[in-house]
Ligand binder design. Structure first.
Ligand SMILES: Cc1ncc(COP(=O)(O)O)c(C=O)c1O
Length: 395
């Protein structure tokens, strides 16, 4: 079973009657991606799936994921409030920049953040009075090819503490702090070569810090899943390491993964209208009513559907609606000729779009909708209370 969700036929078959720009999340796709990943990680003993809220904090999406029983990782008090409202029970937290008040707030909510740096740990120790058990975000050296080094970061990452450094061990001993959880997110875990080095370092760390009870492997699984066989091999290898680690410790140890992009990116679509269409030097320059610069800074969008009466194909460049020269959704797209008033569906728009939208020119973030069983609903504060809207074909 491929983790890539199918494009919903409702969106492929007709231009639905929604205002533009809009973002549409496909609930079936979200369920499919989550189920596929859960099936894959089942080979690992004690593995659980968390969702990294930074990818998308739409309240309706959060409520859906909470109803599916997922846990979450948050990186701010704002994200914490959103997941509490959505009803999540398993909440983890890591951020490079918690304030003393925020650390106290997290602890009062029963959450033990994974500290990113020695200074954050020291802040917590002083502010909380005592700190006997902690979670730490960790980093370690990785031997990476030039290509791997573009998306994966080893000890050079600005996040995390290198627990192999003797001074860190001395600090923890001096203050009688036990490491209960380690949290690794070093960018894209893109293949067996990268993940095996991570697992080797973890195996060494649990020998040095035998108090570790749980391991969070972070996110960064999107690139890996461009090759599903490689992904399966990664989980098989992780399972072997985890079995060895449990054998060494003589007890079970929890493992978590917390992707954001992989779970949500492919489940969201941007519906946008053509505002201008003119033949340029060597391609048709089309300007949409949404901005790639504002919305799709981290995505490489593709044209899923051109809603137009035209059938003859032309080469297009799809631009965003800001005055920024490089506000480009897609360059050299060959598709039916788009004219002013036509509409397009672009993907992926489910992750790191609304959650990190910019607002150049004051353009608002698009309205968000969910697609459930061929019906479209406006997302709201609550999944249960989402309001149904009409889905007549667009005129
Ligand atoms: C600690 C942590 N966990 C998980 C993620 C999610 O990564 P992705 O969306 O690539 O899966 C991030 C992304 O920055 C992160 O910093």
């Amino acid at each position: 079973m491929s983790i890539a969700p199918r494009i919903p036929s409702l969106l492929l078959n007709e231009d639905i009657n929604l205002p533009t720009p809009s973002i549409i999340y496909d609930v079936a796709a979200i369920k499919h991606v989550i189920q596929s990943l859960l099936n894959d990680i089942r080979v690992i003993p004690e593995a659980t799936l968390l969702y990294s809220v930074k990818a998308n904090r739409n309240p309706t999406i959060l409520r859906l994921l909470a109803d599916m029983g997922l846990g979450v990782d948050v990186a701010s008090i704002e994200e914490l409030q959103a997941v509490k409202k959505a009803g999540f029970e398993i909440i983890h937290a890591t951020s490079p920049s918690f304030s003393a008040d925020e650390i106290k707030m997290l602890r009062e909510a029963g959450i033990f953040p994974d500290f990113n740096s020695l200074s954050q740990l020291e802040l917590a120790r002083i502010e909380l009075g005592s700190l006997e058990e902690v979670g730490l975000r960790v980093k370690f050296p990785l031997l990476l090819s030039e290509e791997e080094g573009e998306t994966t970061f080893g000890e050079g990452s600005r996040f995390g503490i290198n627990l192999f450094e003797p001074s860190i061990k001395s600090y923890l001993i001096k203050h009688q702090i036990e490491v209960k959880q380690i949290h690794i997110h070093l960018g894209e875990m893109r293949n067996v070569h990268v993940m095996e080095q991570v697992m080797k370092s973890i195996a060494k760390l649990v020998k040095i810090y035998p108090s570790i009870e749980s391991i969070n492997l972070g996110g960064g699984l999107t690139y890996l899943y461009s090759d599903q066989d490689e992904a399966k091999n990664v989980w098989k290898m992780v399972a072997t390491y985890m079995e060895d680690i449990q054998c060494t410790l003589g007890r079970s140890i929890k493992l978590m993964v917390e992707p954001g992009m992989l779970l949500m990116a492919m489940c969201g679509y941007l519906l946008s209208s053509v505002r201008s269409s003119d033949w340029g030097n060597d391609s048709r320059n089309v300007t949409l009513d949404a901005s790639a610069w504002n919305l799709m800074y981290w995505s490489y969008p593709v044209l899923v559907k051109a809603y137009t009466q035209n059938v003859e194909e032309e080469i297009h460049t799809l631009y965003g609606n800001t005055c920024y020269e490089k506000d480009i959704f897609i360059q050299s797209s060959i598709n039916p000729r788009l004219e002013t008033g036509d509409r397009v569906l672009l993907a992926p728009a489910g992750a790191y779009v609304t959650s990190m939208a910019r607002n150049m020119h004051g353009f608002p973030v698009p309205m968000e909708f969910i697609l459930v069983d061929d019906e479209i609903y406006k997302t709201g504060d609550d999944y249960a209370n989402h309001s149904k809207i009409q889905t007549l074909p667009y005129q």
